[in-house]
Design a protein around this ligand. Structure first.
Ligand code: IVH
Length: 663
């Protein structure tokens, strides 16, 4: 086959896989196979550089634009939206429209994505340029950055005849989960954190070097049309439905409906769903469906009369920093926490916000007594967005983290490249000991029922527990003298401790709190080494051979098991009766991935997780392409079910679940 043909065939194949991945959420090949195709193309292009096509998938990351971002005029202005702050204002919007067309207008309702508005222009199916909204009339040419976003096709789906010209508008945003991962990586590397996914998306699109943009997890959803020359489309809903056919991603929650009742129902629905969504929205957008009606209604100077944004309650609020306290974690990490004047944000009372580290405190210059803007996003711990400096007291002084551990008074150190300060006296620091024990007894470790935080605190303070091994030697007399412990609760606790002694090896390894070793690494160690004795004698050379274990993890494991104190404590656990459930060799659910939603009769979530894991299954919290089954109990999460339907994932209901676990 000639080279041109081979190159064009590979490009077509890759484009089709992109559509399966980004539009249909149904990839037909593995990531590895996809990479292989890309590499094949790269190899050919390297051998024949003159044959590289501008819109080849290998050309997503290009050179820096020479003169920064150049201005670009939008053919059709990119207007903004006027806001409805509550239901009455939504009703008023519908009234205005109804005056012109009568009641029961057909509307399209869309989530208002909290990202950055962009326009991408395709001519004869080829991406020609992309820009920011700018002032609505003139934006900036950010083509080279937009091309790095894999969900933006470089060519439209050629299966269909492409429109001669299509200018599509949409929102570039970041999934909450990807944002958290990115910020965690930045925290470790001592880089400044992004305040929220929107800021991160916006900063990423404004990078002069597309290589940086390419490393950010940006995605896009399209929702608007600029100039268009193609097959006739006469309403917003049909336009939205055409997008995926062209290879352009749109939002799955867009609906069509009639009249004001539909608007209010959608507004309530999204208010309810908001927290469950994988991405942030700051409202809903209502649009008159018919393009003809939109034209009749026309625009004001900055916003159309045919659309409105229904704002959802803010997830931000202002309050005062009453104090800054310092927490000592189980590995000695020092985390400053702001104690706030309690305030209601997004339906919850917030009285703490994490401050991460000194660098973050300095960057935002947060001081005790400051009035601050705080925000909650998803399940993330609330954060301070900024200080309202105009309200700062003149007497306030810069906050500095202590130089010594607030618990044991030993000097704090910063290790290597880390951003956090640590207390290094793990054997004597009461707070570190408390945190380590709380972790050891927690759900994902030894899972000792009834071993609460208050109990741990008392046991450490009274010197009854010094390290994990003491837990297995506690007796009735030790416990009955504690506050809030009566005969019945003591007996119950002794029984839970007894039950926990027969456990999976990975739970114990996880509970040891080895730095950099979490649940999945612990499971890996169990599956490779099988017994505690073998784990204890692991050496660095063997460990580093395992794919999933890198240098830092291997060092950490070896150092931990070399310490005499650790060896002694582990030995004492065994003497106290700790024994391990042998790994079943025949695991009926091996490698099957489950997600659980809702409550299942008589079972705690952690119990279901345990049952499944003992049969070799993996349990995770969000439905994605890798999920095999969704277990659905009472009051399930709507989003999880919808996603399972969309991805064709088998849903197992309560009754059938009981059959399954008999396997
Ligand atoms: S329509 C003339 N639809 O909201 C129509 N905008 O306040 C203008 N946005 O700049 C935009 N999701 O960044 C529209 N489904 C959606 C949207 C949306 C988010 C943003 C967009 C726009 C801003 C207007």
């Amino acid at each position: 086959m000639n080279i041109d043909k081979k190159i064009s065939q590979l490009i077509k194949e890759i484009e089709q896989h992109n559509i399966h991945y980004y539009i249909k959420n149904d990839p037909t090949i593995s990531d590895n196979e996809y990479d292989l195709l890309l590499r094949q193309l790269e190899k050919l292009e390297k051998a024949y550089p003159e044959k590289i096509l501008a819109n080849s998938p290998t050309q997503r990351v290009g050179a820096k634009p020479e003169h920064g971002f150049t201005p670009i005029q939008h053919t059709v202005p990119m207007l903004s939206l006027s806001n409805a702050m509550n239901k009455n204002e939504i009703i008023a919007f519908d009234k205005q429209i109804s005056k012109v067309f009568g009641n029961n207008i057909e509307y399209v309702a869309e989530p208002k994505l909290d990202g950055v508005a962009v326009e991408v222009v395709y001519k004869n199916g080829e991406l020609v340029h992309g820009s920011t909204r700018g002032d609505g009339y003139i934006g900036e040419d950010i083509t080279s950055n937009l091309k790095t976003i894999k969900s933006i096709p470089l060519r439209l789906n050629k299966q269909l005849t492409s429109p001669e010209i299509i200018e599509v508008r949409g929102e570039v945003f970041i999934y909450k989960e990807d944002f958290e991962k990115l910020n965690n990586q930045r925290l470790k590397k001592q880089k400044n954190l992004f305040a929220n996914p929107r800021n991160c998306a916006s900063g990423s699109l404004r990078q002069l070097d597309p290589k940086i943009t390419a490393c950010r997890p940006l995605v896009v959803n399209f929702y608007g049309l600029g100039k268009y020359k193609g097959k006739n489309i006469d309403n917003q809903y049909d336009f939205i439905k055409t997008l995926p056919e062209l290879g352009l991603p749109s939002n799955s929650l867009i609906q069509k409906g009639l009249g004001v009742d539909f608007l209010i129902h959608y507004y309530d629905l999204m208010e309810q769903k908001r927290r469950d969504l994988d991405y942030e929205i700051d409202g809903v957008v209502f649009k008159v469906n018919s393009f003809e009606k939109q034209n009749i209604l026309g625009n004001r100077s900055r916003s159309p009369r045919w659309a409105i944004a229904g704002k959802l309650k803010s997830e931000q609020a202002t309050t005062t920093v009453i104090d800054i306290v310092v927490q000592v974690g189980r590995t000695g990490a020092i985390t400053p926490v702001a104690k706030l004047n309690p305030v209601k944000v997004g339906g919850a009372i917030i009285s703490n916000a994490t401050l991460h580290n000194q660098q973050e405190i300095d960057r935002k210059d947060i001081r005790i007594g400051d009035k601050v803007l705080i925000q909650r996003a998803g399940d993330v711990i609330p954060e301070i967005v900024k200080v309202i400096s105009s309200k700062r007291s003149q007497k306030s002084i810069r906050y500095l983290l202590p130089t010594h551990c607030p618990s044991c008074n030993s000097r704090l150190h910063r290790q290597d490249e880390e951003a956090v300060m640590r207390c290094q006296d793990s054997y004597n620091c009461p707070e570190q000991k408390k945190a380590a024990i709380k972790y050891f007894v927690s759900k994902n470790c030894m899972d000792i029922d009834g071993f609460g935080d208050k109990l741990v605190e008392q046991l450490i303070e009274q010197g009854k527990v010094e390290n994990i091994s003491d837990i297995f030697h506690l007796n009735y007399d030790d416990l009955i003298v504690l506050e809030r412990m009566a005969k019945k609760s003591v007996n119950k606790l002794i029984l839970s401790i007894f039950k926990s002694k027969k456990t999976n090896l990975w739970r114990f390894i996880n509970g040891l709190g080895i730095k950099n070793i979490g649940e999945s690494a612990s499971k890996l160690l169990e599956s490779k080494y099988k017994t505690l004795d073998r784990v204890l004698s692991i050496n660095y050379e063997e460990l580093i051979k395992l794919d999933e274990i890198g240098d830092v993890m291997a060092q950490s494991i070896v150092t931990f098991f070399e310490k005499e104190n650790n060896k002694k404590n582990i030995q004492r656990c065994v003497e106290g009766g700790l024994a391990f459930i042998e790994q079943q060799t025949n695991l009926p659910l091996k490698n099957e991935k489950f997600v659980i939603t809702g409550t299942i009769n008589n079972y705690k979530r952690s119990e279901i997780k345990k049952i499944l894991e003992n049969k070799g299954a993996r349990v995770s919290s969000s439905v994605n392409l890798k999920t095999n089954y969704l277990i659905c109990g009472e009051n399930p999460g709507e989003t999880k079910i919808a996603k399972a339907h969309k991805l064709n994932i088998k849903i197992i209901y309560q009754e059938d679940f009981l059959d399954l676990i008999k396997v």
